[in-house]
Design a protein around this ligand. Sequence first.
Ligand code: GP9
Ligand code: MN
Length: 418
Amino acid sequence: DGSELVEVNNYVRSNQAEPNAEMFGLAKGRNLIVISMESLQNFVINNDMNGHEVTPFLNSLTQDKDTFYFSNFYHQTGLGKTSDSEFLVENSLYPLGGGAVFFTHSGNKFHSMSESLNEQGYYTNVMHPNNKSFWNRDMMYQALSIQKYYDVNSYEVNEGDAVNWGMKDIPFFEQSVSLMKEMPQPFYSRLITLTNHYPFDLDEEDQLIPPYDSNSRTLNKYFQSVRYMDEALKTLFDDLKEQGLYDNSIIVMYGDHYGISENHNKAMSQYLGKEITPYESAKLQRVPFFVHIPNSGKGEEITETAGQIDIRPTILHLLGVETAKDMQLGADVFSDEHEEFVIFRDGGFVTDKLVFANNACYDNETGEQIEIESCQPFIDRASQELGYSDQIINGDLLRFYDLKTGNLLLDQAEQKKP
Ligand code: GP9
Ligand code: MN
């Protein structure tokens, strides 16, 4: 019954972070282009593989005057992988512990970022060259009030333009920008890449660096495949400039989840030159997060510990949209009140000082295991916060929440009791 919402709402209200006055509205009115970078982990950024730079374009962005690069940013996905990251971005709620929320709760009421931006006059859409029903996206996107899904049928997949799971990222970006050119502005387009997906197969002409030389064929190919995606991102920026869409847009990019699972720890340990402890595994869940605001002159590397749940309030505030009434569990990363506390779906977490993984507590600085008592307060809060998120989803509680006023519609909840 909707009365659980009282406690959840109190928690959410008391954890709201005030926007940063200097950043609020910095990109107001601009088109919003969000790129989900498939399987991209942070360990390749500003790193090389046997002398080959893996992500030259993204590396250049880490030094760029218009780009914020977050180097301690974590994915928070579960079994729903890409779709879980989409859920985090649209709702600033956690995905579910078992099963993909895109499949289990597409009938729910949500107040998505798309809904908010649509109210601000944005044309909202997702672009992804896969079948529309994959991850139940066609159904879930309706619940998320996304106006249009440009699925594989919106693309012309020519001979040689597909590899691995489908359309290659370079032609995908090229055609996506042509489609954007025709959209009413401002638009919010969320683009989901596909090429850098397990098993990381590429055509020979797209292999821009040699493979790695470990016992893991997966990791060996991963570097080449990431290198291709990096090239594709460079072409996207060029395409946007060519079509005159670059200057009036903000481009946000994030890695959706890990690409290299713990099954490849031996090869990873060879590459990184250290043993992969549960502490290291947790730190390997870092994914790159970029906020690129053309001609803003604002940009730097930010080391604040943050996660995908923070993307939505961060974006909305940059676009000058208040979120004080939103039922969200993340916080604007630019806010002074943003807390360095990232909760993983399995109850693990990372703070600026601590890492909790595999039921053990570690010092975040040294990686040494320390007594569990140091982690206990955060263990409790992590389970509380995940619990509230689960309650919202499992109880479909947003039915009883009036976003406009921030009022709880509990009379209605009473009436709907079975
Ligand atoms: C499929 C793509 C990949 O459309 O988003 O999904 P994943 O397997 O990474 O969840
Ligand atoms: Mn994915």
